[in-house]
Design a protein around this ligand. Structure first.
Ligand code: SF4
Length: 241
């Protein structure tokens, strides 16, 4: 384990971000999908003044509220968040083959849609980067409990950092409220984990955060391929996925 990895748990998130920036030589990318944790990280990055490339995946199926928050976030922090879109030929072929909402019909069809709209664009986002910052939290699911603050990602050939790993949702919400961080109005309506509109629903009190994503599928198969653990296993898609 590197000195950086050892030091991160003892630091506050903003100090973690500064330490990460100081340690990484080369491009550092932060991927946001405008979920609660991503908005907190955007605030911390902007306030700390560290140089990070902001990027988001516009799948073409996002909520209108997400686009509004994107615009509001850029205005609030004076940022431009780079948008990565799916390859249009791939989307056209998929819709021709599976239908506009073909992802409901089978697990394979859903994974194919996620691959076209998320996984392939993410590869372009991270190409050539040295580090990748995400808003992943350990308590979002059982599998995330084993996730480290920093780890080499063999698939993307970079170091992946999770500076809010040890935060709870309550902490993130409290921080956002205290610092007037813009957050999605969908959270207050029961959407805790927000992704593509047709694949996200509200959750009932007591349900896990991830229950609102791909709810028609077997719980054990909920992943979209964006996060791979140190052992090479897929980690369930995060709130920001
Ligand atoms: S979350 Fe749904 S709409 Fe979005 S890429 Fe995956 S299957 Fe397609």
């Amino acid at each position: 384990m590197s000195a950086l990895e050892q030091s991160l748990p003892q630091l506050k998130p903003v100090e973690r971000l500064k330490a990460i920036r100081a340690a990484v030589t080369g491009d550092l990318v932060f991927t946001t999908s405008f979920g609660l944790e991503d908005q907190v990280l955007t605030h911390l990055i902007a306030e700390s003044g560290i140089v990070v490339n902001f990027a988001t995946l516009d799948t073409g199926r996002l909520f209108p509220e997400t686009y509004a928050l994107w615009r509001e976030t850029e205005a609030r922090y004076g940022l431009r968040i780079a948008a990565y879109f799916p390859r249009h030929e791939a989307v056209e072929d998929y819709v021709a083959d599976q239908g506009i909402d073909g992802f409901y019909t089978s697990l394979d069809a859903r994974k194919a849609c996620c691959h076209i709209r998320k996984v392939e664009p993410l590869k372009r986002v991270l190409k050539g980067a040295a580090g990748w910052i995400t808003g992943l939290r350990a308590d979002q699911s059982a599998t995330r409990g084993e996730t480290p603050f920093a780890a080499w990602d063999e698939g993307y050939q970079l170091t992946k950092f999770n500076p809010l790993l040890d935060w709870s949702r309550v902490q993130a919400a409290h921080f956002a409220e205290t610092h007037r961080v813009p957050v999605s109005p969908l959270h207050a309506k029961g959407f805790l984990s927000i992704g593509c509109a047709p694949c996200t629903r509200t959750i009932a009190p007591g349900e896990p955060e991830r229950a609102g994503r791909w709810w028609w599928e077997d719980e054990a198969k909920k992943e979209c391929g964006l996060h791979v653990g140190p052992d090479g296993r897929l980690i369930r898609a995060e709130a920001s996925a």
